[in-house]
Design a protein around this ligand. Structure first.
Ligand code: C2E
Ligand code: MG
Ligand code: MG
Ligand code: MG
Length: 285
């Protein structure tokens, strides 16, 4: 770290910024051992039918159990991993962990539960990605149709044609594709037609508006309509309260995901929910 050559540049290096930099640096250092020390785990958040609370599927979300800082969210450490080749190793670990979990639930006698998982750009665009993914599914004896891969628009932008080929091929093998965080990035509507997408996930920023009468409702409404017109399954993410849930239901949304129905859960918490297949809507929020 270089202190400023001019006096007033000192201001940039506050103690807080120093601490933050050090924190990130130590995380980055620890990250390369996290896999080998088995510090990653998955949590699962149900995606439910807003009308009756039946569980459609679940989204698998990565967590890092750091020996010093405790459970760390992917928003904090994945950007560090994305700068390195670990991101693909972590991505593989996630895919194996999820496949293994789907298999375990099935061995316990549950109906196959579709699970979605998030991909990073590097992971999607790695060479021979399609046979690679298929071989992982095969290793755990899970059908490609039980998995949905969540991608974001930003992953498609720089590699349109390659990404389209890869996604198309995955889809031909039965893997479902979801477009995550819709409404945050460019949200170029043409993408919806250009790329093979089964599920459209409305970002929380669009969801938040629907109950506030802040003018977002027509946008959410249009996106739901558009998704349905293209034959997609439309999901709202980050639904936190009854008001949002009701508003989205009236827009005809297919699935709701968010703290309102359930936080992301440990696998032991998920099992009894899958046995009953339903999460009753909270009575009041
Ligand atoms: P995402 O895929 O959009 O996942 C939704 C995020 O919203 C999750 O954060 C989830 O815990 C959070 N969330 C769920 N319900 C609510 C709610 O009602 N209100 C609010 N405020 N938040 C809610 P999380 O788990 O921290 O993950 C953050 C992002 O990290 C994910 O966003 C995804 O882009 C990425 N990510 C997570 N797991 C993986 C993974 O295994 N691989 C990759 N490549 N990325 C991952
Ligand atoms: Mg996601
Ligand atoms: Mg999202
Ligand atoms: Mg996100």
């Amino acid at each position: 770290r270089v202190k400023g050559e001019q006096k007033n540049e000192y201001r940039l290096y506050s103690a807080e910024a120093d601490e933050e930099t050090e924190h990130l640096f130590s995380l980055q250092n620890d990250l390369d051992e996290a896999l080998e020390k088995d510090q990653f785990y998955m949590v699962y958040q149900p995606r439910v039918n807003p009308a009756d609370g039946t569980i459609h599927s679940m989204e698998a979300l990565l967590r890092w159990d750091h020996p010093e800082y405790g459970s760390i969210s992917p928003g904090e450490f994945l950007p560090l991993a994305e700068k390195t080749t670990w991101i693909n190793d972590i991505g593989d670990w996630v895919m194996r962990a999820v496949s293994c979990q789907i298999r375990l639930w099935q061995q316990k006698g549950l109906e196959p539960v579709p699970v979605s998982l998030n991909l990073s750009a590097n992971q999607l665009l790695q060479t021979n990605v399609v046979p690679h993914f298929l071989s992982i599914f095969q290793e755990y004896n899970v059908l490609p149709g039980w998995l949905e891969l969540e991608i974001t628009e930003s992953m498609l932008i720089e590699n349109e044609s390659t990404a389209r080929d890869i996604l198309g091929s995955l889809q031909e093998h039965g893997v479902r594709i979801a477009l995550d965080d819709f409404g945050t990035g460019y949200s170029a509507l043409s993408y919806l037609q250009k790329f093979p997408v089964d599920t459209l996930k409305l970002d929380r920023s669009l969801v938040q508006g629907v109950s506030e009468e802040a003018g977002y409702q027509p946008i959410a409404d249009t996106v739901v309509y558009l998704g349905h017109s293209l034959g997609m399954n439309v999901v709202a993410e980050g639904v936190e309260c009854d008001k949002e849930c009701r508003a989205l239901r009236s827009l005809g949304i297919d699935e709701i995901q968010g703290f309102y129905f359930s936080r992301p859960l440990w696998t032991e918490e998920v099992y009894p929910l899958l046995v009953s297949g339903i999460i009753p809507a909270p009575t009041q929020t």
